[in-house]
Write a protein that binds this ligand. Structure first.
Ligand code: GLN
Length: 278
């Protein structure tokens, strides 16, 4: 059997692109290599492993949990059932954070800006910020010890320095203040049909929904607590759901934030909100 035969057979049961991502991950090569080497034979052991992976995908398991890896902001992150799979939308949150961390005002203010990532999951946001802005001191919390273990493994593999803390949002933080707080919290409303569809069925529900009727309970806590943990003039930036931009804005305004931002993702959906503490 050739690589192309294996892909062809798999594509009868699962998405063709998923099939080539899985086979590429299994063989340690990219899709261009697969396309160019379709006539190469596939080893029996690879063939058996590929068939198992195709079965898992056909049963709905996310590709990233099968390969154990997902790229975020150009770097590979290990992911597993303890953490949300990093999404491309969240790269917009990272971009907004990076923009704040390169402004001249910040650099003048602090030699080492303090950054806090709330609900870090796989660590994708915290690790990316730590690697892109090595002058920052990044702290990241999560309520899940399993997620923190995964995040620490990612940081070690990618050579990032981040302080990890088990904490229910701000609960375990002492009186330290940060220059920037970022978060991609759970924001899917309880009972949203998406929770029982596709990849979301396999992801930790604690990372997707806070079980509130409007999905805003975590965002409310994050916004309400931010003033205690932000330095004067510090920024809060967070990701939110497709219909939560107005609510996010009201929460920020009521909590005394200024210079509010509302950034859309590539699909044109408002996705990132934030502001500067006046
Ligand atoms: N954007 C994700 C989704 O709906 C949810 C991630 C989150 O809750 N932070 O697939």
């Amino acid at each position: 059997m050739t690589l192309s035969d294996a892909l062809h057979e798999a594509a009868r049961r699962i998405d063709r692109r998923d099939a080539s991502v899985l086979l590429g991950a299994l063989l340690g090569c990219n899709r261009a290599f697969l396309a160019a080497h379709g006539a190469d034979p596939i080893a029996a052991s690879h063939c058996a492993q590929f068939a198992q992976w195709v079965d898992r995908r056909a049963a709905g398991e996310p590709v990233a949990y099968i390969t154990g890896c997902r790229e975020f902001y150009g770097r590979p992150f290990r992911v597993g059932p303890a953490t949300l799979i990093p999404r491309p939308e969240t790269e917009h949150l990272v971009e907004q954070a990076l923009a704040r961390l390169s402004s001249q005002k910040w650099l003048e203010r602090r030699a080492q800006p303090g950054v806090l990532d709330l609900g870090t999951g796989s660590g994708a946001i915290a690790i990316t910020l730590a690697l892109e802005r090595p002058a920052c001191r990044v702290t990241a919390c999560d309520v899940s010890p399993a997620a923190l273990a995964q995040a620490a493994e990612n940081a070690a593999a990618l050579g990032a320095r981040v302080a990890w803390l088990e904490s229910d949002w701000y609960a375990a933080l002492r009186d330290r203040r940060f220059d920037l707080i970022v978060s991609n919290p759970p924001y899917v409303a309880e009972g949203d049909p998406h929770l029982s569809q596709g990849d979301l069925r396999f992801e930790p529900s604690i990372a997707l929904t806070d079980r509130s009727p409007d999905g805003l309970a975590s965002i409310r806590r994050i916004v309400a607590g931010a003033s205690r943990y932000l330095a004067a003039g510090g920024w809060l930036l967070f990701e939110h759901g497709f219909d939560q931009a107005d609510a996010a804005r009201d929460l920020l305004l009521n909590a005394g934030f200024e210079d509010l931002i509302c950034e859309s993702d590539l699909a044109g959906i408002p996705r990132v909100a934030g502001g500067r503490l006046g």
